[in-house]
Ligand binder design. Sequence first.
Ligand code: SF4
Length: 187
Amino acid sequence: MTVRLARPIQRDSIVDGEGLRTVIWTQGCAHKCFGCHNPSTHSFKEGFLQDIEELKEQIKNSHNQDGITLSGGDPFFQLDASLEISSFSQSIGLNVWAYTGYTFEQLMLLSKKNDKILKLLQNIDVLVDGRFDLSKKSLDWKFRGSKNQRIIDVKKSLRQNKAVIITKYNKQNSYNILNKKEKNIYV
Ligand code: SF4
């Protein structure tokens, strides 16, 4: 099996979820949000095909990582590959975050016609959901580009059949707080 990637995996990310993360940059996204920061990831033909077994080795050899993050692009457009990568990552003790332009509610509806969507959700610990909305863009919100996007506890959400938001991330990220403090000191 292969996965279409936009770029090689990225280790040690601290901005794509909690802790030190290995990011899988999937290629392909049909949401086409206005103002998307990464339009080169939209095409389903560009990027490159990566053998999944090789990718698993790369993930296994990524030391001191807390988890993986499926990003893109949108990993929900490559369900088989995302399922395989997320299952493997969990089997070696890594937690799984995923970014998608779909909302949790849309995914639950779509899962009625395609059970792989539900299976993928079951493999994800934290979902950052929703399209990027330029009018709601904010650099102050942790781990997302616009304020409409939610950081969701997927296990709890599946149990309760509604999106359960992780509220501890609903605060300014420390990078910007630091910048503002520096401004106050030096300006
Ligand atoms: S879902 Fe993400 S990658 Fe896709 S268009 Fe929107 S911002 Fe860009």
